[in-house]
Design a protein around this ligand. Structure first.
Ligand SMILES: [Zn+2]
Length: 409
């Protein structure tokens, strides 16, 4: 069993397994989600220990729909989380409320009863109490005082009051309850943890630390560890600092969650294909008829649509041929640079493209995605490829985590 578990916060992240990368077609009879595959279905070994699902993602908030369609949401509750996600039982499942989605409100927009109902009906193994995020964090140069301090304390009080209610109502329910500790300084986080332990919590999630620098997180952990009961376990909400995992573990952290590896694959412009060594940058190959930037360029007459279509196809054919070994790197680069000149005339990425084509890191990666789709994993081009690159990054992050965990005594 892993000493520090990694939870992946799912936000409807799946891919169509029947997508044809050469013809770029989907199976027309595919039912979205039901016929798609999650990361745990695509890899032959786990890339996370569990998934985290937010109530806000499934149920929406304040009359605004979440990411799930009405039919998907109904099926989620009818089938439960394990069946809906086709998730083997050895995975953990953690529910939370998605505090970021209502962070600007005066108070959280759900009730404890609604949260309990969500966790119980879905069959989660772990459930996080309803909380309210504190946005400020004290630094030696910037003390929190006055109105700002009053607001921090008000939010801390709300979170602690809700945690007490959540724990009391947990009797007879079949998930492990987590109280949430928020704070604006290492000392105030420690006060929250102290209060939660007094209520009876032995599993505590530390929230609101995403914007903090690693030394600040470590300072919080050092303080909370001083008053931690021996059997209290911490979960870090939204934190992915693999190089500090040994220290985190020494301070009582037994789990964390983060979308960072996936999001970097999806969104980061640079170094978004990770490896155990250096990270690489994906090769831009935008779709003329689907990419927003390309559409705008066509509509404004900045580029000729037919010429763009021809170059797009030329590039796609060239990268596929290159992966099969039937064309040279120079020919591919030449096409890519010609295409780049029309969608991004100001800044060329020829060096980064050259680097990834020279090293061919996807050929060295044993993960199921790279083995299956080859060079497509490094193309920055729509969700079928970008999300798979994010999944590959999850694979690498989980391997790195296991390596770090070996160092823990
Ligand atoms: Zn891979």
């Amino acid at each position: 069993m892993s000493k520090v578990k990694f939870y992946f916060p799912d936000s409807h992240d799946f891919v169509d397994p029947t997508f044809d990368f050469e013809k770029e077609t989907h199976n027309e009879h595919r039912v979205i989600q039901r016929d798609d595959k999650y990361a745990h279905e695509l890899f032959s070994k786990p890339v996370y220990d569990g998934i985290l699902v937010s109530k806000a993602v499934v149920d929406g908030l304040n009359g605004v729909k979440g990411r799930y369609s009405v039919a998907q949401r109904q099926r989620f509750f009818r089938e439960g989380i394990y069946k809906f996600f086709r998730l083997p039982k050895f995975y953990q499942t953690m529910g939370d409320c998605g505090a970021f989605s209502y962070a600007k409100e005066y108070e959280p927009l759900y009730t404890i009863d609604e949260v309990n109902e969500f966790y119980s009906n879905s069959g989660f193994t772990h459930g996080i109490s309803l909380d309210h995020i504190i946005f400020d964090f004290e630094t030696p140069k910037r003390k929190i005082t006055g109105e700002q301090l009053i607001e921090c304390k008000r939010r801390q009080d709300i979170t602690l009051t809700l945690a007490e209610e959540f724990l009391k109502s947990n009797k007879g329910l079949h998930f492990t309850p987590y109280g949430v500790a928020h704070g604006w300084s290492p000392e105030s986080y420690a006060e929250s943890v102290k209060a939660l332990q007094k209520m009876g919590y032995r599993t505590i999630a530390l929230g609101g630390m995403i914007p903090l620098k690693s030394p600040e997180i470590l300072s919080v952990l050092k303080h909370v560890n001083e008053i931690r009961n021996n059997d209290t376990q911490f979960h870090l909400l939204g934190i992915n600092r693999l190089n500090h995992i040994t220290e985190f573990s020494n301070f009582g952290v037994t789990s964390f969650d983060s979308t960072s590896p996936l999001m970097k694959g999806l969104k980061d412009d640079k170094f978004n294909y990770h490896t155990h060594g250096e990270d690489y940058t994906s090769i831009g190959l935008p779709q003329v008829d689907a990419n927003n930037n390309m559409r705008k360029l066509v509509q404004t007459g900045a580029i000729n649509q037919n010429q763009a279509f021809d170059l797009e196809r030329e590039c796609l054919d060239a990268v596929i041929a290159f992966d099969k070994g039937t064309t040279s790197k120079d020919i591919v680069l030449n096409s890519l640079v010609k295409y780049e000149k029309i969608y991004n005339p100001k800044a060329s990425r020829i060096e980064l493209m050259d680097k990834v084509l020279t090293d061919k890191p996807w050929k060295k990666c044993p993960c199921d995605i790279c083995q299956d789709i080859g060079i497509h994993v490094v193309l920055k081009r729509a969700a079928a490829r970008n999300r798979r690159r994010g999944f590959h990054n999850l694979y690498i992050a989980y391997e790195k985590l296991q390596e770090e965990l070996k160092k823990i005594q």
